[in-house]
Design a protein around this ligand. Structure first.
Ligand SMILES: Cc1cc2nc3c(=O)[nH]c(=O)nc-3n(C[C@H](O)[C@H](O)[C@H](O)COP(=O)(O)OP(=O)(O)OC[C@H]3O[C@@H](n4cnc5c(N)ncnc54)[C@H](O)[C@@H]3O)c2cc1C
Length: 375
């Protein structure tokens, strides 16, 4: 059986961009996913700006832009309806079914071998080191050896579980969901995040899809602890937002045209160890989601970039030990952690309505600070 340089488990944005970059660097890389693409992923469909360099690098950005929407402005509101607005430069909305497929195709075009309907259910281990994956594929249980395995298998990560690196702190994990609404009046052209009083401490996110029947993606994010304590009906809360908020008014005559889809979102508030001998975790598998507005796509791509760098060095040196791969964690901690920490501070403020109102009011009164925030 062939030994791959790297097997990337999960062809979401993190896995696909990582596999593409490894292939571009000359690696023999296998990208696997349990789904057949195009596939759905519950999301507000916003491909944030910090992923754009990677999409350009792997040759996927033009198509993402063509099939998505570069919305001109974003708006955040606090529970007292104070609105902060700023320009959007690079972030794009695109249904995940479409956008993730573009990225997976780019990985294949760059030379990664892609296998779909390949369900990883265990890791191959040798003297405490990961040396491949075990999976169900084409009706058979199979084993695929690799020098390095990258867990990009999302928020329920099997790879993280198997390595004992799966975190589940309900204060830092969110329930998030989305449904599509048609006939928004007037049509939505901004991306909006509302810390609505009915939803508090959660939020409602609206994102526009002019190219897809002008539907609006109505998303919700709700911290697990209060959710479990109150067991709120998030759909009823969303209706309250639509009926009572000045920002929900445009959806009052809209029709829900899809089911709600919900998912677990592991925020960086609980981020822990992300490597083991022979393995690294990126994206949701490593809890890289921004804790403030639950943006995780760009962080999955960015963390993947550090995993690529580390994997290339490990392959060159032939060293897949835990201590060598710890460099991956040192890298993202240096480059990503300060921003994640700042967002965690914002997230803590966002759990207290009075503090959030006061913060929004003071930002609104300070154009320079506001510009910095949106910049
Ligand atoms: C409702 C909601 C709204 C959100 N809105 C946004 C947003 O607008 N912008 C944003 O940036 N983030 C958003 N997020 C977060 C974002 O969806 C994730 O952070 C992002 O998808 C992480 O990318 P990833 O590549 O790490 O994992 P994923 O995109 O989850 O991809 C993981 C892949 O792994 C595959 N997989 C899983 N298990 C296995 C297995 N055992 N074997 C093989 N394959 C496997 C899955 O099929 C999947 O394709 C939202 C999340 C939710 C739930």
């Amino acid at each position: 059986m062939k030994t791959w340089d790297v097997i990337v488990v999960g062809a979401g944005p993190g896995g696909s961009t990582t596999a593409a970059r490894l292939a571009m660097a000359g690696c023999d890389v296998l990208l696997v996913d349990k789904e057949r693409f195009p596939r759905e992923k519950p999301c507000s469909d916003i491909y944030g700006r910090y992923g754009v360099d990677a999409y350009k690098e792997i040759g996927a950005y033009d198509e993402l832009l063509e099939k998505g929407f570069l919305f001109p402005e974003l708006m955040l509101t606090s529970p007292d309806y104070t609105a902060l607005k700023g320009p959007n430069v690079l972030s794009v909305t695109c249904p995940r079914r479409v956008g993730d497929n573009i990225l997976k195709e780019a990985a294949a075009q760059q030379g990664a071998k892609v296998l779909e309907a390949f369900w990883v259910n265990d890791l191959m281990m040798e003297r405490g080191r990961v040396v491949g994956v075990k999976a169900k594929y084409e009706g058979r249980f199979v084993e695929y050896p690799a020098r390095i395995v990258i867990g990009a298998d999302g928020s329920h990560s099997w790879v993280a579980n198997r390595l004992g690196l799966f975190s589940d702190n309900y204060d830092e994990v969110f329930l998030a969901g989305r449904a599509y609404y048609a006939d928004c009046d007037p049509p939505l052209r901004t991306m909006e995040v509302h810390y609505d009083p009915y939803f508090f401490p959660g939020f409602v996110c609206l994102s526009p899809h002019p190219g897809y029947g002008d539907v609006v993606n109505v998303g919700i994010g709700y911290q697990m602890t209060p959710y479990v304590q109150a067991l709120e009906d998030v759909e009823a809360l969303t209706r309250k937002f639509i009926e009572t908020s000045p920002f929900g008014e445009k959806l009052r005559k809209a029709r829900k045209v899809s089911d709600w889809m919900g998912w677990r979102v592991p925020s960086a508030g609980q981020i822990g160890k992300t490597y083991a001998a022979g393995a690294m975790l990126i994206g949701d598998a490593g809890s890289f989601v921004d804790p403030f507005i639950l943006e995780g796509i760009a962080n999955s791509v960015r963390s993947g970039g550090f995993a690529v760098q580390t994997a290339l060095e490990a392959l060159e040196k032939g060293d897949f030990s835990e201590s060598f791969l710890s460099v991956y964690e040192a890298r993202w901690r240096e480059k990503m952690k300060p921003r994640l920490d700042a967002l965690q501070q914002m997230a803590l403020v966002a759990r207290n309505a009075e503090m959030l109102n006061a913060t929004f009011q003071s930002l609104k009164a300070n154009p320079a600070a506001l510009k910095k925030m949106f910049g």
